[in-house]
Each structure stands twice: as C-alpha cells, then as structure tokens.
Ligand binder design. Sequence first.
Ligand code: DAT
Ligand code: MG
Length: 156
Amino acid sequence: MAMERTLVLIKPDAFQRSLVGEILARFERKALKIVGMKMFRMSPELAKEHYAHLVGKPFYPGLEAFMTREPILALALEGQEAVEVVRKIVGVTNARKAEAGTIRGDLSMSTGRNTIHASDSIETAQKEVPRFFGENELFGYKIVLEDYIYAEDEKE
Ligand code: DAT
Ligand code: MG
C-alpha cells in the first residue's frame, strides 16, 4: 500500500453532455484527494506525447482531433493505491463492456467517446501527472477528516 498520485482527463464528450460534475463527484465521494485541477486545450504535440502508444493506429487521427478541438479538465488525484482505485472507478476502455457502476459503464456507449482518461499504471502516472501539471499547480494540503478516511495503519 502506498500513497500515489494519478492523472485523470475529463474529455470533451463529458463537457458536451454536462457530465463533468457527475464525474468529479464520483471521485470526491470515494474520498480521493484533489491535488490538481486545470481546464485547458490539449495541443496536437501534447496529444502525440500523451498517446504515443497509439500514434500508429488507424483511429489515432480521429482521437487527436477529438481531444484537441475543445477544452478538457485535468485532475491530479491522490490516495492510497490511487492509480488502481481510479482505473477501477473508470472501467475498461470500451464503455459498452465496462462494468455497471463504473464511470464508463454508467455514462458512455463508446470506445472513442468514453468520457475520461486515467493513468493505467504507477509508472504511467508518474509520467502523466508532471506532463499536465507544473510543480506550482499541484497542492499538498491536509484533509481535516483524514482520520475518518484512513485508519492509523493506512496513512503512510
Ligand atoms: P484507456 O483510455 O482505457 O487507457 P488506451 O490507452 O488503450 O485506453 O486508449 C486511449 C484512448 O484511445 C481510449 O480512451 C479511446 C481511444 N481508443 C483506444 N482504442 C481505440 C479503438 N480501438 N478505437 C477507437 N478509439 C480507441
Ligand atoms: Mg491509456
């Protein structure tokens, strides 16, 4: 168990469908800590870096066009095992296959319009958080209810 930070991007389809608050609320209710939050438009260069593993795929041009033409919201979320926890809350890539109860499973019918990105491993998260947030855009602060979120042996 370890305190981790992970990256979430709320995609343009969530903005168009007025799902931004709904998605944010799910992470808040889970007691993940928001340590960064920023609205911006992704550049094509940043899209190529972020989706480097997909640049050669036939769907990449459409993915880049979709992710860059409207603003998105980036979140940095912190918690014990946050990377795995957030991926579980998000659900699998193809939203039609995603479990009911997950964000994708509940809110989307699509792979290419699946409302949200989340870092897929600790190593990825360690690259993705600094890719989208400068040091001065990440905030360490104390949650006063921390004793009610984690037991003593879960805090470190
Ligand atoms: P994930 O977003 O679950 O980490 P990924 O990293 O494989 O999945 O892909 C990134 C995004 O690219 C995904 O959220 C939607 C798009 N994508 C992936 N596979 C696709 C496909 N077969 N057709 C269309 N879009 C796809
Ligand atoms: Mg991915």
